[in-house]
Design a protein around this ligand. Structure first.
Ligand code: ADP
Length: 449
């Protein structure tokens, strides 16, 4: 059994993991940069270690600093949260070499899924449906044009090493290809240091549907249904719900089974998310995230399970605490991401929180590391909280979200809270009829600067 877990992260996700540790009777170690000495995760953990100066590269992304903190504190295992080192295969390799348990998949699985072409090939071989596209990387413009002619315009050019929605360009016609191809490559080189790109059919009106899977590393795996994360701005999710309004029980069972069987076959361990675009009743795999997702609480709400606890259990070599048959979907959950950003441009808005009040009541969960007087540092992601509501059905969850947003107070900095109140007034949000482009169009109409 683990005695002590180090959390290689900050903010709300660090608190999330500390909470699971405490309920399991495991001591927690926070790590922090000098900018985060007063942060909530440092206050809430049993111990803390300062790992470096504010920039992420010198603290939360520094493998030597984190491994040293683990050795100094005598932690048995590291939970990476999401972002930072959570999908860094080299980090996991270093931990494997030091006999420190990584609470997550093996470095091999992270490497396979981190390269989008290898991921797609692997999933295809495991029977998961994929978006039509190039067979692997596209080396030059002439090949790109040939592939696009074969699959038909419009196409999307994507970075093999991509993430966070960067390095993607759409070419609607052959005339747009030269520019799109070159820009995608240049952006990929700039963002990821790797200019390899591949091509996919561009789907016009898909929904983003992702399936939560969980494996024990011994060939057993389950699925926990899907989340609909179609409401995105610049390919970044802002509002997530489970179950998906467009997915019925039969479809859920079918795609869930495909996903669970795929990860069981590769002996996947821990939490994973298989992301799809869903159009006209068909699923198209786009990528697998080998970590806990920001939006995992909506799945926890409808299945009544603690995914972090399960991650810790399987990392210790224990079986999952549930089987597929135990997982019964109950009600509907929605999460909204509260960012410290100024509308209409969503520019980051760090600064001092002069008042904070979290909403409460039945079916309301607020995951946030804010407190009165907290100063949001300018160095990190602008996510400052997640508001999650759970109701017996979708209308109840929507009404609860409106009510909870009304109770939430975050003063001192601009936030995305007003965006969600405005969105809830939209008939299409109420009806659940939106695709991945809906929010961008809505923002153009309603928030144009
Ligand atoms: P990243 O790893 O950068 O997040 P993804 O492959 O997950 O990249 O894609 C992110 C988003 O980009 C998707 O949720 C979707 O909105 C859009 N997208 C990706 N591939 C396609 C495609 N083939 N057609 C249409 N939109 C796409």
């Amino acid at each position: 059994m683990f005695q002590k877990i180090l959390i290689a992260n900050r903010g709300e996700i660090a608190l999330r993991v500390i909470r699971a540790c405490r309920e399991m009777g495991i001591r927690s170690v926070a790590v922090h940069s000098t900018a985060d000495s007063d942060a909530m995760h440092v206050r809430m953990a049993d111990e803390s270690v300062c790992i470096g100066p504010p920039p992420g590269a010198q603290s939360y992304l520094s493998i030597p600093a984190i491994v040293s903190a683990c050795e100094i504190s005598g932690a048995d295992a590291i939970h990476p949260g999401y972002g930072f080192l959570s999908e860094n295969a080299n980090f996991v390799q270093v931990l494997e070499d030091h006999d420190i348990t990584f609470i997550g998949p093996t470095s091999d699985h992270i490497r396979i899924m981190g390269d989008k072409i290898t991921a797609k090939d692997t999933m295809k071989a495991l029977g998961v449906p994929c978006v039509p596209g190039s067979d692997g990387g596209v080396p030059d413009l002439a090949t790109a044009e040939k592939v696009a002619e074969q699959i038909g315009y419009p196409v999307i050019i994507k970075a093999t090493a991509g993430g966070g929605g960067r390095g993607m360009k759409v070419a609607r016609t052959a005339a747009e290809m030269t520019r799109a191809f070159q820009t995608a490559r240049a952006e990929a080189k700039g963002a990821f240091g790797n200019d390899e790109v591949y091509i996919e059919k561009y789907l016009e009106k898909p929904r983003h549907i992702e399936v939560q899977v969980f494996g024990d590393g011994k060939g057993n795996a389950v699925h926990l249904g899907e989340r609909d994360c179609s409401l995105q701005r610049r390919h970044q999710k802002v509002f997530e719900e489970a179950p998906g309004p467009a997915i019925d029980a039969e479809t859920r069972a079918r795609i869930g089974k495909v996903c669970a069987e795929a990860v069981a076959r590769i002996n996947y361990i821990g939490a994973g998310t298989i992301e799809f675009l869903y159009e006209n009743g068909e699923f198209f795999f786009i990528e697998m995230n080998t970590r806990l997702q920001v939006e995992h609480p909506v799945t926890e709400a409808i299945f009544g399970v603690d995914l972090v606890r399960e991650q810790i259990r399987v990392a210790e070599g224990l079986p999952m605490s549930f089987t597929q048959d135990d997982l019964v979907l109950n009600g509907h959950a929605i999460e909204v991401r509260i960012n410290a950003e100024k509308l209409p441009n969503f520019s980051p808005c760090p600064g001092r929180i002069t008042a904070f009040h979290a909403p409460g009541g039945l079916g309301v969960r607020m995951d946030s590391a804010l407190y009165d007087g907290y100063v949001i540092p300018p160095y990190y992601d602008s996510l400052i909280g997640k508001l999650i509501v759970h109701g017996r059905d979708r209308p109840e969850a929507l009404a609860r979200l409106a009510r909870a947003l009304g109770e939430l107070i975050v003063d001192g900095v601009d936030t995305t809270i007003p965006l969600f109140s405005a969105l809830l007034a939209e008939p299409e949000i109420q009806a659940g009829s939106y695709d991945i482009h809906w929010l961008e169009r809505w923002l153009e109409r309603n928030l144009a600067a």
